[in-house]
Design a protein around this ligand. Structure first.
Ligand SMILES: Cc1cc2nc3c(=O)[nH]c(=O)nc-3n(C[C@H](O)[C@H](O)[C@H](O)COP(=O)(O)O)c2cc1C
Length: 228
């Protein structure tokens, strides 16, 4: 397991919390390594990024976002909602674990057992379902994913949500209201109104244009406080 001694948002040893989980280990930050004098300076690691996938078709391609984030120097951990696991088969789960080097988590840990993931410095919810957006804004924590993102608002972590839902679902008045509430609380929700979305029943035709890169770009630069 990789864990970093420091991050832009957390000083060494400051991560804690019953949900996300850290094992308390502190390892050397590669950025502290002076290397040889002829080495070009390395960009420091960005920290630990939780990618939280919900039950919508793009979750089958979550590896795209994993790779983009890793290229941006994030140590990536994947959390899936129970509904998301119905979209990803066992091979897909194994591939995500091999890619990230961390177990893919779906359920709360059993009380008293060790945490298996390093604590998060930032989180992206993508694809974010209508269901999870609505429950998140209401503070409901009946999945591990919701528990993490609900608590993360209180921790003031950088948070980005990239919804994938259809025009009719998003036109429900609760959805727009909840998006606005999440934004007020500092979450960057990449949503431009129901007219920007696809028609019901056509989601599979829009997978290739789902803008994973926008979620990553929406995270604040290192050292910059999240909005809100
Ligand atoms: C085939 C299929 C496709 C779905 N596509 C979407 C979708 O694109 N967006 C969405 O918000 N919900 C979609 N849903 C519904 C969610 O999976 C459902 O609301 C679920 O409870 C979401 O749980 P979660 O938010 O915990 O992941 C889909 C369901 C199925 C079975």
């Amino acid at each position: 397991m990789v864990s970093f001694a420091t991050s832009p948002w957390h000083p060494a040893g400051s991560r804690d919390g019953p949900l996300g989980g850290e094992d308390g280990s502190v390892t050397r930050n590669p950025a502290d390594d002076p290397g040889t004098t002829s080495d070009p300076p390395l960009d420091p690691p960005r920290g630990v990024l939780y990618l939280i996938g919900c039950g919508a078709p793009p979750v089958r391609q979550l590896d795209v976002l994993v790779r983009l984030a890793q290229a941006d120097r994030w140590d990536v951990c994947v959390i899936l909602t129970p509904a998301a696991t119905t979209f990803v088969d066992a091979d897909g789960l194994a591939a995500l674990e091999a890619l990230t080097g961390h177990p893919v988590r779906t359920r709360y840990k059993i009380p008293g057992t060790a945490d298996v993931l390093p604590g998060a410095d930032a989180m992206i919810v993508a694809p974010a379902t209508c269901n999870t957006i609505n429950k998140w804004a209401e503070g409901i924590s009946d999945t591990l994913a919701l528990g993490l993102v609900t608590e993360a608002i209180g921790k003031r972590l950088p948070l980005v949500a990239l919804p994938f839902t259809n025009r009719a679902q998003a036109a429900h008045p609760a959805f727009g209201r909840h998006v606005e509430e999440l934004r007020r609380w500092g979450v960057t929700v990449l949503y431009d109104g129901p007219d920007s979305l696809h028609e019901p029943g056509t989601g599979s035709d829009h997978l290739s244009t789902y803008p994973w890169h926008r979620a990553l770009q929406a995270l604040p630069a290192p050292g910059v406080a999240p909005p809100g």
